[in-house]
Design a binder for this molecule. Structure first.
Ligand code: HEC
Ligand code: HEC
Length: 298
């Protein structure tokens, strides 16, 4: 910046910093958003239909509008033109190597479709359509996915009742750290906390392209380091800490077999196999043996 520009810049920041009408506790810039401005942004639709404007549209009406406004990119049957997104089909492919995620195969709620189309489509003219058009085109895209019949009329009242095939494919994140509660008193001294990272990805063997963990006779310790230490090493999420005889004695008393099956199937917040489902049952068992050894050593 030249020196003159610096001065101009400085002056302009001073002007902003000293508004004539500064009110208490406010910067004195901007104006409160009006109800209609807020309404313009507040357009999200909830899975239960909350947020939908009144209105309706039929598959039949939607067909022509779709052909005119959407088919050039998404194809007449939702098959996608070129690299534009495919909107239909793909059922049962989610577990395949190349899943085809479409409205029908992937989306959990029909409300997302109304919201998405209303908010952002057609791509070059977002929010250019009337609510009635959005209802009709949404109905038609549902029809392309065999989710409604050809005489179906979509309304603000029936949208939430449409069952999407993959609605159960989503769940709340249940990994242990998502349910931790923040420590508010008598917390650990941060200086005493040591963050370490352990590779949890299986080692790649040279000749083979698949990742496998070697289980040597002493393999339990290795498995433990890769898959269990991250929790048991520090007692994360209430896990019994490695080598803490008191923490393990009751569990050991119930028998190795029970412990192994709990470690394989998960127990409490510990996910099956500690989350490392690529491990075989034998590998998990060898890590349990290692944990037992550590607990009963003096
Ligand atoms: C000019 C091309 C074009 C047109 C016309 C167009 N779209 Fe799209 N559409 C896109 C692109 C590009 C995306 C991906 C946008 C992104 O991922 O940010 C998309 C995404 C979508 C998606 C989400 C797909 C997914 O699985 O993520 C839906 C649903 C959709 N469009 C519906 C429509 C509808 C309905 C119309 C007609 C009203 C329409 N589109 C018109 C280009 C277009
Ligand atoms: C994400 C954290 C986490 C990981 C990773 C983890 N555990 Fe655990 N583990 C726990 C927690 C928490 C408990 C206590 C659960 C309870 O009793 O409610 C537990 C309990 C156990 C128990 C006691 C079971 C019983 O019968 O009482 C064994 C054995 C065990 N884990 C073995 C393992 C092994 C082996 C691994 C590695 C393959 C492993 N854990 C990885 C969190 C973890």
């Amino acid at each position: 910046m030249s020196r003159l520009a610096n001065v101009v810049f400085l002056l302009s920041t001073m002007l902003v910093a000293m508004p004539a009408s500064a009110k208490d506790g406010q910067y004195g810039i901007g104006t409160p958003a009006t109800d209609s401005e807020i309404a313009g942004w507040d357009i999200d639709i909830r899975p239960d239909g909350k947020g939908l404007p009144p209105g309706s549209g039929s598959v039949e009406d939607g067909e022509m509008m779709y052909e005119e406004k959407c088919a050039s990119c998404h194809g007449s049957f939702g098959e996608g033109v070129g690299r534009y997104p495919v909107l239909s089909g793909g059922e049962g492919t989610l577990t395949e190597e190349r899943p085809e995620k479409t409205v029908g195969s992937y989306w959990p709620y029909a409300s997302t479709l109304w919201d998405y189309i209303h908010r952002s489509m057609p791509f070059p003219q977002p929010q250019s359509m009337t609510d009635e058009e959005v209802y009709a085109i949404t109905a038609y895209v549902l029809y392309l996915n065999d989710l409604v019949e050809d005489d179906f009329v979509l309304t603000a009242d029936n949208l939430a009742s449409i069952e999407m095939p993959n609605k159960d494919g989503f769940f709340f994140d249940d990994r242990p750290d998502t349910s931790n509660t923040g420590c508010m008193k008598n917390c650990k001294d941060p200086a005493s906390v040591k963050i370490t990272s352990e590779p949890s990805i299986a080692t790649l063997q040279e000749e083979e392209s698949v990742a496998v963990i070697e289980v040597a006779p002493e393999g339990g310790e290795k498995i433990y380091q890769q898959a269990c230490l991250m929790c048991h090493g520090a007692g994360v999420a209430g896990s019994p800490m490695t080598g803490d005889a008191a923490a393990w004695s009751d569990r050991i008393a119930l028998g190795r077999e029970k412990m192994v099956s709990n470690a394989i199937n998960g127990i409490g917040v510990m996910p099956p196999k500690g989350g490392h489902i690529q491990l075989s049952d034998e590998e998990v068992a060898s890590a349990v043996d290692y944990l037992i050894e550590q607990a009963i050593q003096d």
